[in-house]
Design a protein around this ligand. Structure first.
Ligand code: AMP
Length: 198
C-alpha cells in the first residue's frame, strides 16, 4: 500500500514524501479513506501508531478542496489533553500543510492568552486546543467556533481521566450540530462511547 492510492492531493503527498514516509501505517490506511468519505470515526489508537497523520492528512485534504468563500474561519478543531501534545500536533499539522494555503495554531492554558488571541484574530483554519483554555477564550468572546466542520477528540480517555468531561460536553454544545466527529482513544469505556454519541 502506498500513500498515492489514498486520494490525497499532490501538495499533501509532497509534504509526506519530505517527511520520509513511504507507506501508511495501519491506522492511516484504515482511517484516511473513511474520513475523506466524511464519515465519523471512533478509533482505538495509542501514541506512536501514526494517528496524528491519520486524522491530519484527510482534514487538510477536505479543507483545501473546499476553500472558504469569505474570511478565514476555524473549520477544524482538535481537542487534546495536554499542552505538550497540542504543540506536537501543531508541529505535525504545519509540516503536512507546507504546500497548502492553510493556517493553524494552538491554544493552551498556563501561559498569557494575549499572543494566542492575536494569532486567532489573523484568521485560522485549524485550531488545536486544550479544553480549558478554549472555553475560557470562548466565554470572553475572543473565539468563534461556530463554523467548525470537523471535531477531533484526541486521546479522549486521557481527557476524561484529567477531568475534562464537563468542559468537553460544554464545547460540544457550542459547536454546530452538523459536523464530522473523529474520536481517538486508547481505551473504550462506556463514558467514551457516550461522548462519541454526542
Ligand atoms: P503519532 O502516533 O501520530 O504520534 O506518530 C508517531 C510517529 O510516527 C511520529 O514521529 C510520526 O512522524 C511518525 N509517522 C507517522 N506516520 C508515519 C508513516 N506513515 N511512516 C513513518 N513514520 C510515520
Amino acid at each position: 500500500m502506498s500513500f498515492n492510492t489514498l486520494g490525497l492531493s499532490p501538495s499533501i503527498l509532497k509534504a509526506i514524501e519530505e517527511k520520509g514516509y513511504t507507506t501508511p501505517s495501519p491506522i492511516q490506511e484504515k482511517a484516511i479513506p473513511v474520513i475523506l468519505d466524511r464519515k465519523d470515526i471512533l478509533a482505538s489508537a495509542q501514541t506512536g501508531t501514526g494517528k496524528t497523520a491519520g486524522f491530519t492528512l484527510p482534514i487538510l485534504q477536505i479543507l483545501s478542496q473546499n476553500p472558504p468563500a469569505g474570511r478565514r474561519k476555524i473549520r477544524a478543531l482538535v481537542l487534546t489533553p495536554t499542552r505538550e501534545l497540542a504543540a506536537q500536533i501543531l508541529e505535525n499539522v504545519r509540516e503536512y500543510s507546507t504546500y497548502l494555503d492553510i493556517r493553524s495554531t494552538v491554544i493552551f492554558g498556563g501561559v498569557n492568552q494575549n499572543p494566542q488571541v492575536a494569532t486567532l484574530k489573523n484568521g485560522i483554519d485549524i485550531l488545536i486546543a486544550t479544553p480549558g483554555r478554549l472555553l475560557d477564550l470562548h466565554q470572553q468572546r475572543l473565539l468563534n467556533i461556530g463554523s467548525v466542520e470537523i471535531l477531533v477528540l484526541d486521546e479522549a480517555d486521557r481527557m476524561l481521566d484529567m477531568g475534562f468531561a464537563k468542559d468537553i460536553n460544554r464545547i460540544m454544545a457550542i459547536l454546530p450540530e452538523r459536523r464530522q466527529n473523529l474520536l481517538f482513544s486508547a481505551t473504550f469505556s462506556l463514558e467514551i462511547k457516550k461522548m462519541a454519541a454526542g
